[in-house]
Unconditional design. Sequence first.
Length: 692
Amino acid sequence: MTTTQVRATCPHDCPDTCALLITVADGVATEVKGDPDHPTTAGVLCTKVSRYTERTYHAERLLHPLRRVGKKGEGKFERISWDEALDAIAARLQPIAARDPQAILPYSYCGTMGLVQGESMSSRFFHQLGASLLDRTICATAGATGYRYTVGASIGTDLEQFQNAKLILIWGGNPIASNLHFWTRAQEAKRRGATLVAIDPYRSLTAEKCQQHIALLPGTDAALALGMMHVLIAEDLLDHDYIAQHTLGFEQLKQRAAEWTPARAAEVCGITEDELVNLARLYGQTAKAGEAVAIRANYGVQRVRGGGMAVRNIACLPALVGAWRHAAGGIQLSSSGSFPSDKPALQRPDLLKTPVRTINMTTIGDDLLRPASAEFGPRIEALIVYNSNPVAVAPDSSKVAAGFAREDLFTVVLEHFQTDTADYADIVLPATTQLEHVDTHTAFGHLYMMANNAAIAPLGEAKANTEIFRLLAARMGFDDPCFQESDDQLAAKAFKTSDVRAMHFDWEALKQKGWQKLNMPDAPFAAGAFPTPSGKCEFYSAAMAADGLDPLPSYNPPYESAASNPQLAARYPLAMISPPARNFLNSSFVNVKSLRAAEGEPHLDIHPDDAAARGLAHGDMARIYNDRGSFVAKARVTTKARAGLVVGLSVWWKKLASDGKNANEVTSQRLTDMGRAPTFYDTLVQVEKAVA
């Protein structure tokens, strides 16, 4: 038996982007473990990825091209050859492209985070075709936009510094489930005497292990930050020197914060005034004592109407108290802006010869049902889905399914498994997993460039995304030499070699080592130099004013709440959030039986008072509904959910739920205040005992 070990990278939509070691015996991957030498992975993987061989060799892996033989949504297919599949796709796309290529739409997101298998050859294909562009908003654009207006780019505290902080605010995240290696650092900080505070409507696994939990109402984080600013300013818990040298607009901010008394902010947030004041004092006094105060903000904050402004407000706090002076201080939302990735070299936007429309992936339910119009453009006639499962993950799910069910819509899906979305495809193409192809990665939780080597040959007839789009390009008659580039040639272009942060990146060297840290300062904004137009942390943003937004921190209430929409709340009195389940990653891993067994079935956490008012007992099946739709889940009566809030951990494949539905039946296609992002956690519902 010949045994080797191959360096690889976890491809999933998680901040940790772990370094992997794959054990291969006679061409079969037998073990996936974390690289003990990688400083952030440190040999530890989450339960999901430690079982990656179970996913790769799953009995239900798609290994051959398929053609639909039943009705859309039934999931009935017959096996065909690659030549038949490619010919069928080209035969449908060519006449559409001849009429108006904008009637063709790609739909993809972060099923893989790789720069090569994500958006490289696929983007070249769609640019050459002249297809509609996709605005990839479904996760992070609201927060990233608010952060960028304030700090300048998605750059923040290095993960490897958090254990040195004296205070860590974990704001809108559950890192035990979704950011394991940050949580390891936070625990070490706690052992060294740090205080951990969770700010989250839900008492998550993480909140249970913090010394303090602030259970605010969903969508009110911006108000909490404004109230904290009021206290910091009123009690002079400020770093005046840092403010004078490295910020812009403090006097205007001071006037705005004066409006947000602790009483007002606490009332909006649904917490006590003492909770707010004590949190602000803890933050300001710890910083005033010369200690490092850090914030780990996550994406739960931004999936509401005012999500972009919430992140902006939170991002102002470190500059007020001078937290950026410390390597372990400041804030991390995402580290993705630290990477000098060369997306134009990979994606070749120059191949797009004329301007085309952009479709927002968040509103795909409405957009698939739209007729042609002067405003919208041509009706969407063809859809190519890869690295995503929109029928399960996109909001307002009944409309999404209705759009995919159109008989006149030609749909191609590249997948590992027959997902909810694949059930609606005309052609399904089998894609390789991370163990079967080459890729290179950035991260959004640490600062390492990462390499992924292919550990095994593709199973069955599966092909890498890049190879599928090369073959499609050839079938469509595209002869630009860029469509001949290999995956290694693509990976070699992934980072700008002239950028000092990439330290003269060399792909072959990265493949051998597996990872390489960016050349970044320990404390990126200790001396200011923010990548904003002014070079300062912008409390006042002229760019926001130019974009028609309030240039100062403010509060945009939820679309759906008792305070902002009392008439709606009278019918649907419960706020609902649907954060990730611990054993799933978005909709990935839901079909892995051992992980699904750990989750059991779809659950709804509901406060005892709310359950009693509805005659619901622990273990009863509950129907959750609003004007958009409904789904059922087993009730868990628990004080983890504050009164007035229900929590449905997600995202289940609909076909694996008892009623064929999931939480996105009740979520909305309305967009955030900035970044055109979804409002998954801005949802009012009613709950009743389900009829057997």
